[in-house]
Write a protein that binds this ligand. Structure first.
Ligand code: G6P
Length: 612
């Protein structure tokens, strides 16, 4: 939610900031703005729309400077228009602020500020903070950074902020609580941003700000302090390993398509060094020290949001099947406010691509308070969930930029398969069964390639169904979460209403919706429920539904009941979900392109949801 970037150095900051915003646009894209410290004044431009609209507006605005801040927004308070876009200025026009997060007590703060004569210009919670900083700073008794720190002590809510003041043109002040911030330390230049993507061209040396920290950046260095008590914090500089190719589209028309194809590599990257075929098990270094406690746990909770929650549903099947551990899967937004049976005998696993999702982070904090062991399965290295959990496993999918998650999901499922296999081996999973899983996982590259090669056929399916108003996705067992995930992909990027259902449950409601205009995507591998699912397909067929079957192997029965068949190749049923999701990703992609939708930046969504 919202991307923020600040620059202080020798370069013209506008190109650096605009490029940075483009890299952060996946975080929010309804309006954008930029502010620079000019000649004893703050100059700024802000626009509703995408970063390219801001860029066009900048062409007419003649200003330059080498200290600046910029923001791309996902609106929470106040509609996305020019006025509500960030940066926000105080009433003197000498302080500018960009903010990612929500100031929860903005209403009480604004009442107090109005009494002091402040005249608000926008509908945003952020303006309250900049006006508060200004009110404190205007007493003339403290420096700008101290005023920011003092104001933040009055704030309830979540923030990643960067602030500028015309009186101190060679200073940037940034702080975080609940929203991520990373500082890039270059040669005579500094960048601060919501993630590392805007920094990589200039430096690989980064400092991750922790919760409740504030950094004052000047031309001769930076100092990090605790907001709470002003204590200086000594920070470690980390080297990041991120290439520019990983964060650019290259030859692909969309990031989502690039990321779908990358699954040929990312699943193997996630497996590398972790499978131990000789012992038919896996080694997950990030949780090794905690294995005794994990093995003795009485129950697991898995908590996550969106696509990551679907990965959790697959993990429940696998963990219960292989390791016989009871697993509850809960949306993090529910878990955090519910009375759950979580104690020292519980392992709580948070699954999150970004590692920053506010609800998932809050769920983990609650679990820790209850004494549970927390495990993070994250993609973004150094993210908040990765750092705050007791132990964890990275997914190695590389940067995922398309808002609809694809390669991060298959990497999550891969890690969860390894975890289930490893814990299963500690219990009753036989070496023979485990070996079958290991062999199956070793062959995924070829299967992923085979699934992506179906793209043209799937495009034909999309062409013939692009006018549909609704889609139904059905699956059973391990493939029910895949039906949910297929439906989510379809609705989030093509805006076609779609629902996922356990195939047999369809007769308790959704069957009422079926007629000749309803495409029904059925995930039907030749596993132990094959006959059952064929009966489910027949029930749809006899009501004239259009059947799109995703299967491992064509057969006369499938051909006779299906309007379209997508065959992904024979494999062990345990890895079928990992492969079956790929044609569903491709189907959603083609539907969205055919319907003229913005695939990488679907309306109203954001990739990293750092608000409740
Ligand atoms: C947003 C994204 C989804 C993602 C979900 C959870 O809704 O658009 O793609 O699945 O957040 O995000 P996380 O980073 O925690 O996996």
């Amino acid at each position: 939610m919202c991307g923020i970037v600040g620059y202080l150095g020798q370069r013209d900051s506008i190109p650096v900031l605009i490029k940075g915003l483009k890299r952060l646009e996946y975080r929010g894209y309804d309006s954008a703005g930029i502010a620079l410290c000019g000649d004893d004044e703050i100059q700024y431009v802000k626009k509703a729309g995408k970063v390219r609209d801001l860029e066009a507006a900048l062409d007419q605005a003649a200003f330059a400077g080498n200290t600046g801040i910029a923001h791309t927004r996902w609106a929470t308070h106040g509609e996305p228009n020019d006025i509500n876009a960030h940066p926000h200025l105080d009433q003197t026009g000498r302080i500018a602020l960009i903010h990612n997060g929500i100031i929860e007590n903005y209403s009480s703060l604004s009442v107090a500020l109005k009494k002091q004569g402040v005249n608000f210009q926008t509908d945003t919670d952020t303006e309250v903070l900049v006006q508060l900083i200004s009110a404190i700073y205007s007493t003339g008794e403290i420096s700008f950074a101290e005023a920011v720190r003092a104001a933040l002590q009055e704030v309830v809510g979540a923030y990643g902020i960067v602030a500028l003041c015309a009186d101190e043109p060679d200073t940037l002040v940034a702080a975080r609580l609940g929203s991520p911030l990373v500082l890039g330390v270059g040669e005579d230049e500094y960048l601060v941003a919501s993630d590392a993507a805007p920094l990589v061209e200039y430096t690989r040396n980064v400092v991750y700000l922790e919760e409740g920290e504030l950094v004052k950046i000047g031309r001769d260095g930076y100092t990090v302090r605790q907001i709470r008590n002003d204590q200086i914090v000594s920070k470690q500089v980390t080297r990041i390993d991120l290439s520019i190719e990983e964060i650019e589209k290259g030859e692909f028309p969309h990031f989502m398509l690039k990321e779908i194809y990358e699954q040929q590599r990312t699943i193997s990257d996630t497996l590398r060094g972790r499978l131990i075929p000789s012992q038919a098990t896996a080694r997950l270094g990030g949780i090794e020290d905690f294995l005794p406690r994990i093995e003795q746990a009485r129950r697991f909770y898995i908590t996550a949001c969106g696509t990551s929650w679907h990965a959790g549903l697959i993990a429940k099947h696998l963990l219960e099947d292989f390791a016989e551990i009871p697993v509850h899967v809960e949306y993090a937004s529910e878990f955090r406010y519910r009375k759950t049976v979580v104690d020292a005998n519980t392992v709580v696993i948070a699954i999150s691509q970004s590692g920053e999702t506010a609800d998932t982070l809050a769920a983990i904090r609650k679990a820790k308070d209850r004494g549970a062991l927390t495990m993070g399965i994250c993609n973004v290295v150094g993210s908040s969930i990765a750092r705050e959990t007791d132990c964890g496993v990275y997914t190695h999918a590389g940067p995922e930029i398309g808002v609809a998650s694809t390669k991060a999901f298959t990497a999550q499922v891969t890690v969860l398969m390894l975890l289930a296999q490893m814990l299963g081996r500690k219990r009753n999973l036989t070496a023979a069964t485990a070996r079958k899983i290991t062999n199956a996982l070793s062959s995924v590259d070829r299967l992923v390639a085979n699934a992506t090669e179906r793209s043209d056929e799937i495009k034909t399916v999309a062409e013939e169904n692009q006018e549909a108003d609704n889609f139904l996705y059905l699956g059973r067992g391990l493939n029910f979460p895949i039906a949910l995930e297929g439906a989510l992909k379809c609705k989030e990027i093509s805006y076609i209403h779609a629902e996922g259902y356990p195939a047999a449950e369809m007769k308790h409601g959704p069957i009422a919706l079926i007629d000749e205009s309803m495409p029904v995507v059925i995930i039907a591998p030749h596993d132990q429920t094959f006959e059952k699912i064929i009966s489910n397909i027949r029930a749809v067929k006899s009501r004239k539904g259009r059947i799109i079957t995703v299967t491992d192997k064509r057969c006369p029965v499938i051909d006779s009941v299906s309007d379209f068949v997508i065959e992904v190749g024979e494999m062990d049923p345990v890895i079928f979900p990992l492969i079956a999701v790929i044609p569903l990703q491709i189907l959603a992609y083609h539907l969205a392109v055919l319907r003229g939708c913005n695939v990488d930046q679907p309306r109203n969504l954001a990739k990293s949801v750092t608000v409740e």
